[in-house]
Design a protein around this ligand. Structure first.
Ligand SMILES: NC(=O)C1=CN([C@@H]2O[C@H](COP(=O)(O)OP(=O)(O)OC[C@H]3O[C@@H](n4cnc5c(N)ncnc54)[C@H](O)[C@@H]3O)[C@@H](O)[C@H]2O)[C@H](O)CC1
Ligand SMILES: [K+]
Length: 512
């Protein structure tokens, strides 16, 4: 299989690789005739272009070079910048005689270009307008130790903007976990294979903007590696949205039933139902405790609200719907247990969230099915896996894949860099913001997923698209009104704009 076609990319997202896969790409490229040092020069040239694009007019910078090929990239970049008249402070973590192979050649190239080598020492002052981090790349093995740790702390303490080469030093290339300490980058330029660890875990808060540069490798190294994941981007929306027939009527575009809102917990289920309606389900029903009916109808009369004192009063509702969303405000008491039991008994695709997930981890154990989407946050994921939340966060890709293997269907592991694990593999959503860490956001996501499933999207595509739209909508809402006070309703309104590609943000502003 050659590099995935643009159409595949559009429908599945850009491929992401683990460090070992990128090394394999590297090996194949060299085997195809592009030698290692030439590759290093391509990487350095790409990094230099990226630096000038982000900081045009820069006249001086410091570059910290580690002892491996990441450092080698830094040396070659220093030589290129010096050739264009910049003042470069080239700091070596390891002396020249400790460098070998391409890294040694790179150091000699910089020396030949007249860039003095300054040995690292703990009270060194970083000079220049910005710092280039060429300390550690994909060769990082374990907690950062020794002078590398000191150097990373000095970079972060400098307050200077940072261009990270390949990956911010200290981040795990596969999991995005911080291994003791990690550089806080303004921009990360990464090569050959975009890396899974740049888009999940702690990475979204550390990498700044990711500038991926293929270096022309895919042409040389027949890429028949199965990517570790796909990066979801906005192109996916247009590729997957089902066209709406001009003569459509509400029966044609799906009926979703939201089950939740136990006594005293009415808001979450209503938020899910509202998001479901906003994202285009033809009909939305809400089965909730009787005390919430009036408030729900006042808030959202388009939703068909049914007050049920227990699952026995569902009265065929589930059979009349195309998809069930169960969990928002479900509670874990007898009302919620009965409603979940009924949902599990229905022959319908399910979106399972919140307390329904907690019940799957405690009372309804051993469940596994193909036609459902589970949407745990790290705490719910930990309960479902019998791990601690810290263990889940230490390797989010592994946790997402483990959940999918155990429970089947598709699993959305929410959090910074949400992950979607399904039969087609793993997808990562790099969008979203801390404003989403507030009540109702998860309810909105489950409603969005319900709407896309109700409109006929296949399970995994609906999950990938729903997570992407949810996060992009949150980013749009933040652009419009800031992070604090971002509400689920704001997000649902922005999500609606995103799934109507003809509408732009300014059109939407005009309709408010
Ligand atoms: N296709 C490609 O992958 C290309 C990669 N390039 C660059 O090369 C690095 C990977 O280089 P490598 O020599 O394998 O490893 P690093 O330079 O990332 O690190 C090795 C360096 O770091 C020290 N070290 C390792 N672990 C630790 C630790 N826990 N604490 C402290 N120090 C540690 C080790 O001793 C070595 O000195 C890749 O990221 C790219 O930047 C090519 O230039 C372009 C193609
Ligand atoms: K680096």
């Amino acid at each position: 299989m050659s590099v995935e076609s643009f159409d595949h990319w559009q429908r599945h997202g850009r491929p992401l690789y683990r460090a070992d896969q990128v090394r394999e790409l590297d090996r194949r490229t060299i085997a195809a005739g592009i030698e290692g040092f030439a590759l290093m020069q391509r990487a350095a040239a790409a990094a230099w272009q990226s630096l000038k694009a982000r900081w045009p007019g820069v006249r001086s910078f410091s570059v910290l070079c580690g002892g491996g090929n990441n450092g080698g990239d830094g040396h070659v970049l220093a030589a290129m910048a010096a050739a264009e008249g910049l003042a470069v402070q080239r700091i070596l973590l390891k002396p020249r005689d400790a460098l070998s192979g391409d890294a040694g050649r790179a150091a000699d190239m910089a020396t030949a270009a007249g860039v003095e080598a300054v040995p690292w020492h703990s009270d060194l002052v970083l000079e220049g307008e910005l710092v280039v981090d060429a300390l550690l790349g994909t060769g990082l093995g374990g907690e950062v130790r020794g002078e590398a740790r000191e150097a990373i702390e000095a970079v972060n303490a400098s307050g200077l903007p940072v261009l990270a080469i390949d990956i911010p030093s200290g981040l795990h290339a596969d999991t995005g976990a911080v291994l003791g300490v990690a550089v806080q980058a303004t921009r990360t330029v990464t090569f050959i294979g975009d890396k899974l660890g740049l888009h999940t875990g702690a990475a979204p808060a550390r990498v700044g903007e990711v500038d991926f540069r293929a270096l022309g490798v895919e042409a040389e190294a027949e890429v028949d590696l199965v990517p570790a994941a796909h990066l979801l981007d906005a192109g996916l929306i247009a590729a997957w949205l089902p066209p709406r027939p001009r003569d459509a009527h509400k029966g044609d575009v799906g009926h979703a039933l939201v089950l939740g809102g136990a006594p005293g917990l009415g808001g979450a289920a209503l938020l899910a139902a509202e998001a479901c309606a906003r994202l285009g389900a033809g009909k939305v029903s809400l089965a909730t405790a009787p005390e919430h009916v009036t408030a729900s109808l006042v808030r959202r009369p388009e939703v068909m609200v049914h007050g049920i004192r227990g699952a026995g009063e569902l009265d065929g509702l589930a059979d009349r719907a195309d998809v069930l969303v169960v969990g928002p405000g479900l509670g874990q008491g007898s009302w919620g247990q009965g409603v979940l039991q009924a949902a599990l008994g229905a022959e319908r695709p399910l979106v399972v969230d919140a307390d329904a997930l907690n019940l799957l981890a405690t009372l309804f154990t051993g469940q596994r099915r193909e036609e459902w989407v589970l949407t745990p946050h790290p705490g719910e994921a930990a309960r479902l896996l019998g791990l601690s939340p810290g263990e889940v966060e230490a390797d989010r890709p592994a946790a997402a894949l483990a959940l999918q293997r155990r429970y089947g269907g598709v699993v959305v592991l929410k959090g910074a860099g949400s992950l979607v694990a399904g039969p087609e593999g793993l997808a990562v959503c790099p969008h979203g913001n801390p404003g989403m860490a507030s009540g109702g956001m998860g309810d909105a996501l489950s409603g969005i997923l319900g709407a896309l499933l109700a409109q006929g999207l296949p399970l995994e595509a609906a999950a990938r698209l729903g997570v992407l739209v949810h996060a992009l909508a949150a980013d749009m809402a933040v652009r419009q009104g800031g992070e604090r006070g971002l509400l689920a309703g704001d997000l649902a309104s922005c999500a609606r704009i995103l799934v109507n590609p003809t509408m732009g943000e300014d059109d939407a502003a005009a309709t408010r």
